[in-house]
Design a protein around this ligand. Structure first.
Ligand SMILES: Cc1cc2nc3c(=O)[nH]c(=O)nc-3n(C[C@H](O)[C@H](O)[C@H](O)COP(=O)(O)O)c2cc1C
Ligand SMILES: CCCCCCC(=O)C(=O)O
Length: 393
């Protein structure tokens, strides 16, 4: 019976040709609360939509007659090989999409040759996910693994989690800096978002005081509720807290997730972080901030190759990955496409999402006249505006 279900999933997956197809099919697989939590954003969704729309404002300037019979889309991260410059972004509570949740995502990533960033609010323990993410049948050598971090007011909660991450073997922490409070998300309030009782947060004890959602979500969002005993620490500052984090992170690298300006990129460099992720949290935090693709160049220009710069938000096609790498990103992280794949067919659905992005990325490289990721540069893009297009960036 189970194998018939998997065969049907495989047939359905072979008919899915794009991430948009995956998104449409995923909608029938989730209830309203999960679907709107996954797909939605903050406020009126201006930034959410702009993250995707920004990719259509850039056009590719292809070069021809350049022997593209061989093409290598691979890269590396922390000395580990990656099949392409693509990682799986932190997303909370993956078991809302599929009972195999984060472990299925981690297994698909390992077999494909990608990297996972696990959310603080995973519904699987960080130890189990690390095991799944680093055990692979197809890629040789150890796989990299990131843990996304929210720092809690009760620092002991955070320290305990970091100690577990070090022991499990995580390579890097991605501290999310765009969330001193949760963004204003109407869907979650209307749907009375809460983690269903059969699911548990994987990284906290029952009595830790950490929870997501609940009866008073709007109060929680505004951080007024007395019912929420432990919440994000909104008092974080560059000087005191990055140093503090370093003192409790052991050998794990420290990356910052949520940089959107040259000024903060410069501060990140000054405070000695190991890498940055240009991100607006998939349009889920402050609405009306820039699309990440358009924020990327100012960050790349100030960093000048001294630390890696990654980007996430709105990436739905291999050509989007191509454009972000042309604008100077070293790697792209994808969030929702992976959740849609997970909802459609668990590990196989995630693998389908990754394969679609790889096939599209490789074909875009070849049709644009590139055979290696290092050849991608700003000269390969132009920006479309109301008047036509600007041929040089
Ligand atoms: C359902 C969902 C849950 C998320 N949970 C987290 C989280 O726990 N921590 C975090 O830093 N970012 C979280 N994010 C943001 C992602 O890490 C990433 O920045 C974003 O999804 C990228 O945009 P994309 O979904 O358009 O690819 C979440 C995103 C989604 C869609
Ligand atoms: C109901 C709000 C939970 C927020 C924590 C996870 C997260 O970062 C997200 O974007 O969602």
């Amino acid at each position: 019976m189970a194998s018939r279900g998997r065969d049907e999933d495989k047939k359905r997956l072979s008919e899915i040709l794009s991430i948009q197809d995956l998104r449409s099919v995923s909608h029938s697989k989730m209830d309203q609360m999960a679907r709107e939590y996954y797909d939605g954003g903050a406020g009126d969704g201006v930034t959410l939509k702009d993250n995707e729309a920004a990719y259509d404002r850039f056009i590719i300037r292809p070069r021809y007659l350049r022997d593209v019979s061989q093409c290598d889309p691979s890269t590396s991260l922390l000395d580990h090989p990656l099949t392409m410059p693509l990682g799986i972004a932190a997303a909370a509570m993956m078991k809302l999409a599929h009972p195999d949740g984060e472990s299925a995502v981690a297994r698909a990533a390992a077999d494909f040759g990608s990297v996972v960033c696990l959310s603080t609010f995973s519904t699987t323990s960080l130890e189990d996910v690390h095991k799944a993410a680093t055990t692979t049948t197809s890629m040789s050598g150890k796989r990299p693994c990131f843990l996304q971090l929210y720092i809690f007011q009760n620092r002991e909660t955070t320290i305990k989690m970091l100690n577990r991450a070090m022991k499990a073997g995580y390579d890097a922490i991605a501290l999310t800096i765009d969330s001193p409070y949760i963004g204003r998300r109407y869907n979650e309030v209307r749907n009375h978002f809460k983690l269903p009782s059969h699911l548990k947060l994987g990284n906290f004890e029952e009595n830790s005081g950490v929870k997501v959602g609940g009866e008073n979500l709007m109060e929680d969002i505004e951080s007024k509720s007395r019912k929420q005993p432990d919440r994000y620490d909104p008092s974080l500052e560059w000087d005191k807290d990055i140093q503090w984090l370093r003192s409790v992170c052991g050998n794990m690298q420290i990356w910052l997730k949520g940089i959107l300006t040259a000024e903060d990129a410069e501060l990140a460099l000054h405070h000695g972080v190991d890498g940055i992720i240009v991100s607006n949290h998939g349009g889920r935090q402050l609405d009306h901030v820039p699309s990440t693709l358009e924020a990327l160049p100012e960050v790349v220009d100030v960093i000048r190759g001294r630390i890696p710069v990654h980007v996430d938000g709105g990436i739905r096609r291999g050509s989007d990955v191509f454009k972000a790498i042309c604008l100077g990103a070293d790697l792209c992280w994808v969030g929702r496409p992976i959740l849609w794949g997970l909802a459609v067919a668990g590990q196989d659905g995630v693998r389908r999402a990754l394969d679609i992005l790889l096939e599209e990325f490789e074909l875009t490289m070849k049709l644009a006249g590139c055979t290696h990721v290092k050849q991608l540069s700003r000269r390969m893009l132009a920006k479309r505006d109301a008047m036509g297009y600007q041929s040089r960036l």
